[in-house]
Ligand binder design. Sequence first.
Ligand code: C2E
Ligand code: CA
Ligand code: CA
Ligand code: CA
Length: 279
Amino acid sequence: AKRDPGTSYRFYDRQLHISAGYQLRLEADLRSALRGKELELYYQPRIDLATEEVRGVECLLRWNHPERGLVGPDEFIPVAERSGLIVPIGYWVIEQACQRLRESAELGFPGLVFAVNLSFRQFHDRKMTETIFRIIFNANVDTSLLELELTESAMMHDPEYAQRCLRELNQLGISFALDDFGTGFSSLTNLQHLPISLLKIDKSFVQDLGHSADAEHIIRATISLAHSLQISVVAEGVENEGQLEFLRQQHCDEIQGYYYARPMPWKDLVQFLTNRDQA
Ligand code: C2E
Ligand code: CA
Ligand code: CA
Ligand code: CA
């Protein structure tokens, strides 16, 4: 039976998070996971609402633990961030995404955008731009198909350095998406001054649709603000027709959510794209 990646089982129990020994254990496990190829990317399609085409995929990290099964990112990314391990893991993710990007073109799906999440902690690495540059240069991919997703708080530690990284990477052709928009320290200044071409409305707003008039107002205002700044909008966490219809009426550009597809392993994604092609 296939395990649902959205509900990976909770071996790494929340209660245990308190213990320092436990943290070290998890950290050591994670270190060997990176070496031992236990990490895997899942891919969730993003659909263009106007054309119904798959515009791209978000790459989402999973840990295939030999004893514990599939572990979701919410359980190990905080530990990876605290220990700094997210830096090498983050580079591995970009490397893997670039490989798949090449493969997708070879398989007959050119033009597919690959979106990768960046952690705030990766901005502590003074060699970030350089390292990413080396990865994409070696992979020889079309950088305009690589998108990096970051939250606004990711840049707070050292805004000047972060902005410089974004500009340098943007000059290489990489584009940026602002993730979880509306949840943190949303600031209109960020939208205006950073090379952001996409904004992702957090799933909490989408899931409040139909229950809260505020969610409607916020989504409507966000889309109109983004569009007035020539920024596209993706709504995440779309699970039903009602949410989809509302977003369509508001001219949201793309949607991502269980309604269309869940995050899936590479093989399943290839199958998914092939089936849609034939439909
Ligand atoms: P995120 O970047 O906000 O990613 C979207 C999350 O929403 C994913 O959870 C995805 O599986 C989930 N999702 C998508 N559609 C639906 C839906 O219709 N309903 C619901 N309920 N959920 C939906 P996931 O894969 O568990 O990832 C959780 C978070 O872990 C991500 O949130 C991201 O912040 C982080 N993450 C994942 N992969 C990476 C990575 O490679 N690097 C870093 N730094 N963070 C990552
Ligand atoms: Ca994301
Ligand atoms: Ca998000
Ligand atoms: Ca998130």
